[in-house]
Design a protein around this ligand. Sequence first.
Ligand SMILES: Cc1cc2nc3c(=O)[nH]c(=O)nc-3n(C[C@H](O)[C@H](O)[C@H](O)COP(=O)(O)O)c2cc1C
Length: 226
Amino acid sequence: MADQITRRVLLGSASAAIAATAAGTATGAEASKSGAVKIVAVSCSPRKGKTTAGALGKCLEGAKAANSRIETELIELAGLDIDGSLAAGVSLGKGRTDDFPGIAARLSDPNLGAVIIGTPVYFSGMTSLCKAFIERLMVFWRKGSFAGKVAGVVAVGGSRNGGQEVTIRSVQDCLFCYDMTLVGTGKRFGAAVWSKAPGGDTDGLGQAENLGRRVAKTALVLKAKA
Ligand SMILES: Cc1cc2nc3c(=O)[nH]c(=O)nc-3n(C[C@H](O)[C@H](O)[C@H](O)COP(=O)(O)O)c2cc1C
């Protein structure tokens, strides 16, 4: 009963309905046979074009260099309204929508092979924007649309050891719930970037590029086996 109510509220919202439809497309039988594999990176910094977006850009460079079939897209959540409470069945209020449906549509590309999430470290954890976004992905969780898709995580902190690794792990914990295939850098959980490194964080950005390459290669292998 409670689940039915939750479901009604969730689907009763215009924005969620669009998102649910979009999520359904990803699992549909319309998957392109072009061979392209799409990798979408999502920056969960409230600051547009800053270090998290830059680190994800490096990831996507690494991914693109891995194979000519890789297509990439960077989505920045900065400035967007993403309200996590709708995932719990709490209505956004009469007539109110948020920006999640547009993001859901972009994540519903039938060629989607991987998602890379990047978040700044805020008090040793992900940003509230990142958590709200992951909660709203629930429409994909319900349909199992992300099951078997590859995921990588980047965390950017203002300190060298500011909690990047625990932040990466906490994002990964969420993505495990989506039955995603988590990929790290080989030696580390994900890319740990230091935004205030004097002269730039060569090591952290190298990790980001390596992560992107590994995510792409894994997505290609899984696509071939699908
Ligand atoms: C509320 C808040 C909390 C923060 N907490 C941490 C922290 O725990 N560890 C850390 O290394 N940096 C911390 N920072 C710094 C940010 O992680 C850092 O500035 C990062 O580069 C921001 O990413 P952006 O440039 O993509 O916005 C914090 C910043 C803010 C605003």
